[in-house]
Design a protein around this ligand. Sequence first.
Ligand code: SAH
Ligand code: TMP
Ligand code: ZN
Length: 416
Amino acid sequence: MTDPANEKAPEKTECRICGGAVEEFFDFGRQPVSDSFVTPETAGREFYFRLAAGICADCTMVQLIEEVPREQMFHEDYPYRSSQSAVMHRHFEEYAQRLLATELAGEDPFIVEIGSNDGTMLKTVQKAGVRHLGVDPSAQVADFARAEGVRALTAFFQDSTAREIAVADGPADVIFSANTYSHIAYMDSVFSGVDALLADDGVLVIEDRYLGDIMGQNAFDQIYDEHFYLFSVSSVRAMARTFGFELVDAEPLTVHGGSMRYTIARPGRRTPSPAVAEHLQREQERGLASPETFRRFAANVRSGCGELMELLTSLREQGRTVVGYGATAKSATIINYAGIGPELVPFIVDSTPAKQGRLTPGSHIPVRSPEEFSAPYPDYALLFAWNHAEEIMAKEKGFREAGGKWILYVPDVHTA
Ligand code: SAH
Ligand code: TMP
Ligand code: ZN
């Protein structure tokens, strides 16, 4: 395991939000694009970049130092499908119902979703007969949304896209974006698009992994190419302000190992919920933007990866079998940083059809269907989709019953 972070002084970069100084706190080295599942023919042609994260001393936004060109990540073959998780399905259905009963209860309401993927969220809106438009640049997943009857545009959301939508469909009462806003480095263009598209009294609702949970649980694999930003209440509030908006609510969510739902409005249009100030204070008390937090995090990443490699190596020496579960995008970070290859984890099972039969980026571990998990069960299963632990462990309860053990590495390396 190499650790280039030890080899040179941290870099200073300009913050993509406010122009302040970004101080690098961790360098994962050369990493492939996380969702580039390759075939034996295309293996080795993955796009590589330097995966390193830093925090802005001015606005507290945690961000990547190097940006991967968006076309390398989001294209025709982008494999991720929101609908693969029943928990996420339910989560989005519940929130869509809530929006339908509140923000979308007026006359002829209109909602736009940024990063609508396969239409999992908008499906509920469509069924209610409410005007909607999903925007997603990944053609295949947008086709799945359309096949569900969801209206979807294959495009990157940015200023020009938003203006076109505003002309064609009129202002949006809600602009919703789950696990996507953080994927977009060019926030100036996105917010100017939101400004052009959002109704005067409308809301922009963003759901994303929460920095507080990532630091608290040492969930370092949440750092990967697509997660250009890691949001906190403090940084999202500053970002909204920078672009002429106001953060009016923050609601913690349990999904994806700990997320936050941010509601943003035009200044003065909504009364801010006390939750915003409460979270800001809690973040300050726990030092969420302090150098000490990031030093501790960096030390935990190194020790966690070291322990996992020791465990996997000793299991191999004992002749125990280990299989990976969930070829997640975030698994690219731990697999490539720690140096896990097919000799330690011969294959990973995953329910996503577009990942099956392919090889993981960089490490070239084969991805197979979950049906192969029980044929026969391995001794250990390394749970890369730890954010779906409850759902997967319930689905695969036969594994434990047969004497199998799960290996987890968040918040620390342990078996369950
Ligand atoms: N909202 C879904 C999907 C998240 S995956 C969920 O929470 O499960 C992120 C999605 O964002 C991908 O489908 C990707 O194609 C899309 N995306 C990336 N950049 C985008 C942009 N600029 N505008 C709209 N969608 C974008
Ligand atoms: P995510 O953590 O980015 O949501 O990715 C989860 C991955 O795990 C995705 O590739 C689908 C896969 N998965 C399964 O294989 N089985 C499951 O039961 C669930 C919930 C996800
Ligand atoms: Zn900044």
